[in-house]
Design a protein around this ligand. Sequence first.
Ligand code: WTA
Length: 681
Amino acid sequence: MSDVHVSFNLANDHFNDQEMFLPPAPLLAGAHVSGINAYHELYRNSINNTDEFWKTVASELYFERISNKGLEWNFDHKTGPIFCKFMDGSLTNISYNCLERNIKRGLGGKIAYLWEGNEPSDTSTITYQELLDQVINFSAVLRAHGVKKGDVVAIYMPMITELAVAMLACTRIGAMHSVVFAGFSAESLSARVTDAKCRVILTSDGFYRGAKAINLKEIVDKAVQIASADGVDVTSVIMVEHAKRVTIPEGARPINVGKLSSIYSSYESEMSRLKGTDSPVEWMEAESPLFLLYTSGSTGKPKGIQHTTAGYMCYAYLTTKCTFDADLQNDVYWCTADCGWITGHSYLLYGPLLNGLTGVFFEGVPTHPSPSRIWEITDKHHVTKLYTSPTAARALMAFGDSYLQSTSRNSLRIIGTVGEPINPSAWMWLYENVGNKHCSVVDTYWQTETGGHMITPLPGATPMKPGSATLPFFGVAPVLLDSDGRVIEGPGEGNLCFSRAWPGMMRGVYGDESRFVKTYFAPFNGYYFTGDGARRDEDGYLWMTGRVDDLMNVSGHLLSTAEIESALVAHLKVAEAAVVAAPHDIKGSFPYAFVTLNHGEKLTKELVAELKVLVRHKIGALAVPDIIQEAPGLPKTRSGKVTRRILRKIAEGCDTGLGDTTTLIDENVIKQLISGRNSKG
Ligand code: WTA
């Protein structure tokens, strides 16, 4: 990383609200939504004639049975229970819509995915017909392992096409998949397996990420053991033998899985054993659960976000179609997200397949074997739409433009970002240096809970402002509320809420109805609360200002401060811990931990290393604090509450301007923390 030169500072990266970039003329001409007037008209229609609007969308997909119900909801707990339903009483299947429906319209021979392995020499392709054949085959395997409608299947796999097969096979038979990012630890995996009482885990032997070898089987073994101690017995682990067949990166050690216990079976052998077995589609009620995906919660315990069939399907379909201006004939669409996150669900798997697109499915990292990898793949496959993260953009930008210059990227039409606010310099770099000023850049704001895009430019319609997610998607009604719940009209800043339901919204937190209401609806009755702050400018454009709760966004991944804190206090030498987000030029922010040690203990280098390993084991590498500082005490109010606002300022490097400190029990603590931070250099 020695040639990395960061050329900007996130904290000072602001943009003039007034300046706009118009959609490039060729994009405007042929777009599904062409011109800002068309956007406004469709938007008005989506709000005023909601049911008609969504009926038209649904008519582009296949329903085995259609009811006359539209979008029904209640966000006001004083008038009754909080709920949302879409096309209640209809029957459909999302896997069928991704595969059979497309094959019936002649796309069977079309490439669904161009797979690019960690090493550039490892590649493969899979057509829609081949994908369907494998999905039918694997759904028969799942059935043979006792999986049935309504069960939850845990998936812990690298980015290989068998992962797409596994997800589509689950939804084909009405089982919910719960994909766990393959960077999470055994404890995180077992917590998710236990919460949803999963009996079956789908995994692979392991994989290589850059030059690093990751032995997934070892992690799964540990997770199964922990789950069993917690009362959930996993009965089947189906393992793809992937690490065995790929090129081993230079310097990496080969992955050896050792002995397999009796709950293991091989994906490949099970597939050949059941090849040719009929495994029909399960027609699903519109409101039946589709999948679970765990996301961080402010109490520390991850929430199993539950999506349902018809609403999620129509929403993933339409947002992909409009935000990426899906072009059936010419698109090679590439979303770099991992399927362990919602972006991988909605915009690598379901959205693009529902639109019949050819997608790139990438196992590796953008910097391996060199920071040109993304651009080389873009040129190799003539990628037209690229969807990535601000962190990736900033990291690649920091390597310098020499890595861009060996490629043309002429095929690109749209560059999308997601997961965190994009700073204007990174936006400008994508627009000017990567896209040569002929692409639309779409900064898409949304959440695991929303299922799909909520605030986003449309590439052939919305004039862009670097750093702003711009305007609401169809059917979405954003509202800014002040801390007393009063609506802020016109320009201003407040808590970002939505006053209407949309088909793709979550329907609940798995196994915890009260947490659904408490987290999203209790803070502001009558509204869905995002947990984010936003500012509206003179043009009505929205600018996200970051989380207003105890979650932090690191490289586009949401982490719970409480979860990291409880990992730290699990160490015998730690009495108390407080974790806050501190600004980082590449990652957006990073976890900064203050720890108070038990009497007589010292924060030695060894203890810092032990604490980092502990967080890695309990949560995963992405949650490890970059800085751990010893705190003789933590600033607390008289009622004993840690004042994170002050800790955040200290972590940011401020010595003054810490706000009101008079309510603290011991103001002296602050001086000690500032000098402790400064002595860390
Ligand atoms: C943040 C990811 C600013 C936000 C799809 C949100 C963003 C959280 C943006 C959800 C954006 C996502 N601009 N912030 N364009 N997109 N966020 O659930 O804080 O992993 O609440 O879903 O990421 O993260 P999640």
